[in-house]
Design a protein around this ligand. Structure first.
Ligand code: BYC
Length: 406
């Protein structure tokens, strides 16, 4: 369809008959079709935070078309961008329809903030990071969109039914974004393995214009740790009150046995006076950490699938998720440094060694050098990435997925 004919839609999952509040202090009551006055601020804040991430990601990704590895990938980028734009629309619909004047003001402010802007940045840190190359993009859609999945799963449990229904619909699209990320990295890895073999098992895929495993690992370390931060503090009274008030549940709340979570405890390594101590904290205050646990498990499954590619090609190397204390900017582990195995580091050791674990300027320069020219010819792929196994919606891989004529 031509761009001027495109219409943003507001999609809500079908209403569930006689839906009841499934957790917290109001469990069993009918869900709300309007916003209760006493929870107005908290709900607005959650919706604004969610809404703010959506245009942010499009702003972050706006340079990628000029560096795309194929028309197939360009098409996927555009679909992701259009859907994120629509997710913003969905959150703005909630603000306009349910929050009156202040909702409309908040919606305006969403247009004022901009990813990476020094004066008016986006609310959450990961959404101010530049996404300048396709490795960033695929890692972002693998790891940061997966935080989208965690957060949308927990918001879809909300007692505010319009919020639950919009987020339930958004989740269906989030799945495709993660597919783009996971298969994007899988295709790079496939090509890396081919190039490593061509290089005589020397392991240096860069010599042949590919992306080496060390660089892939550094980008995993970066985007996984940034996305862990998106789950908030380990111990959070905000999270406890969201849960108590029925605003935000856990992922798949119905799979839990105890939906009140008043008595139960959560075991956590608490950093005190520079030392880690295993402690029991009230479950409600640990809800961010509970969601983070779910998230880490979901990421791990993806990394295990990537490692099957290395295994199939006969390589002993493996990709790994870093320890969850590594490179944290939010939460109790942010005040000290840890290596990817979770060992404490002094500030000096961190400064000396961090480029071993996180993308360094020369890694970024290298990636930009191999992505300098976009590949716009149908069926052609940049040297560092393998073609997908199949095209989109039954079309062949060499289909002209994006028309580039004016
Ligand atoms: N960066 O009590 P805490 C997606 C602030 S991704 C900066 O732990 P809470 C998508 C926090 O605001 C999903 N600040 O907070 C993916 C608070 O500030 P105040 C997005 C942070 O509320 C790809 C203070 O620290 N959805 O959809 O429990 C493409 C105390 O923290 C950060 C949502 O985020 C951070 N990372 O937890 C497109 C869902 N973390 O009050 C889209 C809605 C915390 O001291 N948001 N702070 O000023 C929430 O559920 C919660 O706000 C959070 C934070 C989980 C984010």
């Amino acid at each position: 369809m031509k761009l001027p004919e495109y219409r943003w839609g507001i999609f809500l999952a079908d209403p569930a008959h006689d839906r009841r509040i499934g957790f917290g202090d109001f469990m069993g009551n009918p869900v709300w079709q309007e916003v209760p006055g006493e929870f107005r601020n908290q709900l607005r804040r959650l919706i604004v935070t969610q809404g703010d991430t959506e245009p942010a990601s499009v702003e972050q990704q706006r340079w990628l078309g000029q560096r795309c590895p194929s028309l197939y990938d360009l098409r996927n980028l555009f679909q992701v961008n259009v859907e994120e734009g629509r997710h913003l629309w969905a959150m703005v619909y909630l603000l306009h329809s349910y929050f009156g004047r202040d909702g409309r003001d908040e919606a305006e402010d969403l247009l004022e903030r901009q990813s990476g802007n020094r004066d008016k940045p986006r609310i959450l840190d990961a959404f101010n990071e530049p996404i300048e190359n396709w490795l960033d993009f695929f890692m972002f859609t693998m790891f940061t969109d997966r935080d989208g999945k965690s957060q949308l799963l927990s918001l879809s449990e909300s007692s505010l039914d319009p919020l639950s229904r919009t987020t339930r619909f958004m989740l269906t699209e989030e799945a495709h974004h993660m597919f783009v990320g996971e298969t994007g990295i899988a295709r790079i890895l496939e090509r890396t393995c081919q190039l490593m073999k061509e290089a005589g098992y020397s392991g240096d895929a860069r010599k042949l214009g590919g992306i080496d495993l060390d660089t892939l690992q550094k980008f995993i370390n970066l985007w996984f740790s940034l996305s862990l931060d998106l789950h908030g503090n380990e111990v959070s009274t905000n999270a406890a009150s969201y849960f108590a008030n029925g605003l935000k549940g856990r992922a798949y709340e119905d799979k839990w046995e105890d939906h009140a979570a008043i008595e139960s405890l959560y075991e956590l390594d608490v950093l005190q006076d520079g030392k880690l101590n295993r402690q029991h904290i009230p479950m409600r205050t640990a809800m961010n950490e509970v969601l983070r646990d779910w998230y880490v498990g979901d990421c791990l499954a993806g990394v295990t699938r990537w490692n099957k590619i290395l295994e199939r090609h006969g390589f002993a190397d493996r990709l790994r998720l870093p320890d969850r204390k590594f490179n944290r900017g939010i939460g109790m582990y942010a005040s000290v440094h840890f290596d990817p195995q979770g060992h404490r580091l002094s500030d000096q050791d961190w400064a000396r060694r961090k480029d071993e674990w996180l993308p360094a300027p020369n890694d970024r320069e290298y990636l930009l050098s191999i992505q300098a020219t976009p590949v716009y010819e149908p069926g052609k792929f940049a040297n560092y990435i393998a073609p997908p196994q199949r095209g989109v919606k039954g079309q062949p891989i060499n289909f002209e997925y994006v028309r580039t004529e004016l």
